[in-house]
Design a protein. Structure first.
Length: 381
C-alpha cells in the first residue's frame, strides 16, 4: 500500500468511526486555507454556470420482450437514489440517463423485465437520503436492488464528512434490512472539473477521495457494496472533455455510459446474476484481494470501477472486505435503452432489450480500471 493510500485509509476510518458514534464536525481544513478556498470556489461557481431544466424522466418498465405468460414472477424493481448524477442531469434523452442504461442492461442480463423507479434529486446531499428512502418505502413492491450515487454536493457545500457518511450508512442499512441489495457509486473525483483551479482543485480531489473511502467503509459495514467512481471520473474524464456536459461539471451521455458500464457488473453480482469464475474451464478470473475494510476502501478510491464487498463477519475491531476488479459489459444504446412502458402504463410491445452488439452479455476486457492522479495532479501507475 502506498503512502497516500495508507493516509487515506487512516482518515477514512477516522471519519467512519466518528460517523458511527454520532460525530458530525470532523474538520479537514485549516482556517487560513479555508479562506483561500472560499475565494477560489466563488470563482469556480461563476465559471461553471448552471444547466437549465430538470433531468429527463426515465422511470418505466424495461425488457418487456422478456415477458412470458408462464413466468409468474413480477418485474425486478430497481430503485435509484442520490443527487443529480443519479438523476441524469446533463443529458437530453431519457435513455441516456444512468437509470435507463442500468435498467435495460440488468433486464438483458437477467432476461427479465425491470421496473425503474428514480427518486434522486438534483442538488441532493446525503441528508436528503432519508426523504428519498421514504419515497422508496412507499412503493407497492419493495426494490430488489438499489443504486445510490451521492457525495459531490456534500463536498462542495462543506457538509461535515462524518455526518454525511452516517446518513449514507443509515440509508443503506434501512434498505438492506428491508431485503434490498444496495450498490453505491462513491463520491466522484471533483479535482477533474476544469473550472476548478489549484489550490482548490487539489483540495477538492483530496476531500472527495477521503469521503469516497469513508463511504465505502460505512456501506460495507451496513451490508451493501460500493463501486469507486472517483478515478473513473478522474484521468479518463480529465483528458476527454466530451464526457462532460455543457456546464463542464455533470457527465455527458458518454460520461454516464462510462460510469454505468462500471456499475452494471456489480449490480448484476448483487442479484447473483454475474457469471461464476471458472479458471479450470478456461474462464477469465477477475482480479481480487481480501483486505481490512479501511485498506480496501483506500485502495478502491484509487482505482476506477473497483468493487468492495464484505468478506465475512467482523472479527473483533477488524472487518475484512473483498476488493475486486469487475470486467465491464457493453451497455444498451439508442432506442434499446428506452422504457417499454411507463409505470402503470401499457407495454409498447417492444422486443427484448439486447446489450450493444447483440448476443447477450459481452465483456469489454480493455475497459479495466484507471490509475488515479495524486492530490497534486500527477498520475500514479
Amino acid at each position: 500500500m502506498t503512502g497516500s493510500q495508507a493516509s487515506r485509509a487512516r482518515v477514512a476510518r477516522r471519519i467512519a468511526t466518528a460517523a458511527a458514534y454520532g460525530g458530525g464536525g470532523l474538520g479537514l481544513l485549516g482556517v487560513g486555507l479555508a479562506g483561500v478556498l472560499l475565494t477560489e470556489s466563488r470563482m469556480a461557481i461563476r465559471a461553471i454556470g448552471v444547466l437549465e431544466g430538470d433531468p429527463p424522466r426515465a422511470d418505466g418498465l424495461y425488457g418487456e420482450g422478456f415477458a412470458d405468460p408462464a413466468d409468474r414472477r413480477r418485474p425486478l424493481v430497481l430503485a435509484f437514489l442520490g443527487d443529480s448524477t443519479a438523476a441524469g442531469l446533463g443529458v437530453q434523452r431519457a435513455q441516456e440517463t444512468p437509470g435507463a442504461l442500468l435498467a435495460s442492461g440488468l433486464a438483458s442480463v437477467a432476461e427479465r423485465r425491470v421496473q425503474l423507479v428514480n427518486v434522486a434529486k438534483s442538488g441532493a446531499r446525503s441528508s436528503d437520503l432519508a426523504r428519498q428512502l421514504a419515497l422508496v418505502s412507499a412503493l407497492p413492491h419493495r426494490p430488489d436492488v438499489a443504486v445510490v450515487m451521492i457525495g459531490a454536493n456534500d463536498v462542495t457545500r462543506h457538509a461535515p464528512a462524518a455526518r454525511s457518511v452516517r446518513e449514507l450508512g443509515e440509508a443503506v442499512g434501512a434498505l438492506v434490512s428491508a431485503g434490498c441489495h444496495v450498490v453505491v457509486g462513491t463520491c466522484p473525483d471533483l479535482g477533474t472539473i476544469k473550472p476548478v483551479r489549484p489550490p482548490l482543485r487539489w483540495v477538492a480531489r483530496r476531500l472527495s477521495r477521503q469521503l469516497a473511502a469513508a463511504q465505502t467503509i460505512a456501506v460495507v459495514e451496513a451490508g451493501g457494496r460500493t463501486v469507486s467512481l472517483g478515478s473513473l471520473l478522474g484521468p479518463e474524464f480529465a483528458t476527454r472533455p466530451e464526457l462532460f456536459a455543457a456546464d463542464r461539471y455533470h457527465p455527458s451521455a458518454q460520461g454516464y455510459a462510462t460510469a454505468s458500464m462500471a456499475l452494471l457488473p456489480s449490480l448484476c453480482a448483487a442479484l447473483g446474476l454475474w457469471p461464476q469464475e471458472s479458471p479450470e474451464a478456461g474462464g477469465a478470473v477477475e482480479p481480487q484481494a481480501v483486505l481490512p475494510v479501511a485498506v480496501a476502501a483506500a485502495a478502491a478510491a484509487g482505482r476506477s470501477g473497483t468493487e468492495v464487498t464484505a468478506a465475512g463477519p467482523a472479527n473483533g475491531t477488524w472487518r475484512w472486505a473483498t476488493l475486486k476488479q469487475r470486467f465491464r459489459l457493453a451497455l444498451p444504446h439508442g432506442a434499446d435503452a428506452e422504457p417499454d412502458a411507463e409505470p402503470g402504463g401499457e407495454s409498447t410491445g417492444a422486443g427484448p432489450t439486447e446489450l450493444a452488439g447483440g448476443g447477450g452479455p459481452r465483456a469489454i476486457t480493455s475497459a479495466n480500471s484507471h490509475p488515479e492522479a495524486d492530490d497534486a495532479g500527477a498520475t500514479k501507475r
